[in-house]
Design a protein around this ligand. Structure first.
Ligand code: PLP
Length: 410
């Protein structure tokens, strides 16, 4: 299937991409924020609500049985997506943010104390900074950072100095949403492990654009969001090594996560249910399962190849735009399907507004990565990000819009 992949054909699967915006066909280049959803996902979610809607794991009746079966089948698909050893290692969360908060609150409060160190990088999304700051404030731990070079790559030469016996956890992104930098996890994880640290990978931008194999990665936790990979919002995954999850305290209490409830104390359900208090996002999980099925029919190899070719085309054209400043690694091998840029005196919000008038959707702002913006001395950038249904025509439309930005701002 891979050699026959055609993004124009894939586009037809996405109803939202068929519309015009401001009188122009939509060129949706804000995929790092969220992806569009294929008809296959929308249909599966509709069918669930129309035919099978019931609470999971609770009813003996037919609808509850069907809902539970579909919900747990989606967990098996999510496990397969990252090659987890077992579906029991897949904890459903609202997304990457909640997955990281879960680890910080549960594993963190049980294992971090005064004087301990939490190692992050300057490249992180706020979701992989703020939960650790909250934990540090509660426990007296210290946060340290891996710094960046002028291409937004991690300065790994500092690792031996930053990693020590006080380092209890290294929490690092797989791919930067602000710059597209692909972090060399194969170097960071073994170094962190050799120092005795636990490793959490923020895979919000990783599991979307590359094949992830958590069994060979060597980390303890991997988090990702369904909505960035053709699934619905409000569903994501925390993968944790089974022995880690089993040793951890629950994150929230309520229905579903208990074994026996007494007046003064209770005991917990087995993993992953121990971490899934309350009625879960059943339709969301089933929708994410359908998204994984959809992506499987295309194949990650085809998606990666397509994105790489499109990025090569976009970068070549971008580099030729007068007054442009491009952020992130120069080498395409070190970057994902994201490009952040500024243009002369034009504020990124103005760039985005002008592009919107051309029907081109890009993100402008700090991209929830204020430490990255500070590193480069800018308040914001404009960011174009691509996915399997992005085309050369989308890229050409971006450049037509940028011509107008240049005409206005010089
Ligand atoms: N980490 C990275 C690298 C991201 O790009 C994002 C979302 O943009 C997140 C974490 C947070 O993901 P969510 O908002 O789906 O929880």
């Amino acid at each position: 299937m891979t050699s026959a992949f055609d993004p124009h054909r894939a586009r037809e699967d996405f109803p939202a991409l068929q519309q015009s915006v401001n009188g122009m066909p939509l060129a949706y280049l804000d995929n790092a924020a969220t992806s569009q959803k294929p008809r296959a996902v929308l249909d599966v979610m509709d069918a669930y609500y129309e035919h099978d809607n019931a609470n999971v794991h609770r009813g003996i009746h037919e609808l509850s049985r069907r809902a539970t079966e579909a919900y747990e089948a989606a967990r098996v698909k999510a496990a397969r997506w990252i090659n987890a050893a077992s579906a029991d290692e897949i904890v459903w969360t609202r997304g990457t943010t909640e997955a990281i908060n879960l680890v910080a609150a549960s594993w963190g409060l049980d294992n971090i104390g005064p004087g301990d160190e939490i190692l992050l990088s300057v490249l992180e999304h706020h979701s992989n900074i703020v939960p650790w700051q909250i934990l540090a404030a509660r426990t007296g731990a210290t946060i340290r950072y891996i710094e960046l070079d002028d291409q937004g790559r991690l300065l790994l030469d500092d690792l031996p100095r930053l990693l020590g016996e006080r380092t209890k956890i290294v929490a690092i992104s797989h791919v930067s949403n602000a710059l597209g930098t692909v972090n060399p996890l194969h170097e960071i994880i073994p170094a962190a492990k050799a120092a005795g640290a636990v490793v959490l990978v923020d895979g919000a931008q990783g599991a979307v654009h590359s094949s992830v194999d958590v069994q060979t990665l060597g980390a303890d936790f991997y988090a990702f969001s369904g909505h960035k990979m053709c699934g619905p919002t409000g569903i994501g995954v925390l993968w944790g090594r089974r022995d880690m999850l089993e040793r951890m305290s629950p994150y929230q209490g309520g229905g579903e996560m208990i074994h026996i409830v007494g007046r003064d104390a209770s005991s917990w359900a087995a993993v992953p249910h121990k971490f899934e208090a309350g009625t879960p996002n059943i339709a969301g999980a089933i929708g994410l399962g359908a998204a994984i099925d959809y992506l499987d029919t295309i194949g990650m190899d085809a998606i990666v190849r397509h994105e790489h070719e499109l990025m090569a085309y976009a970068m070549e054209r971008l580099r030729a735009v007068p007054g442009i400043r491009i952020f992130g690694p120069e080498s395409l091998e070190e970057r994902s399907a994201v490009v952040s840029f500024t243009m002369g005196d034009a504020h990124p919000h103005d760039i985005s507004t002008i592009l919107d008038a051309h029907g081109v959707a890009v993100r402008a702002g700090h991209h929830c990565a204020q430490l990255v913006m500070k590193h480069f001395g800018v308040p914001a950038t404009a960011r174009a990000s691509f996915y399997l249904y992005s085309t050369r025509e989308d890229v050409d439309r971006l450049f037509a819009g940028l011509d107008e930005v240049r005409a206005i701002f010089g």
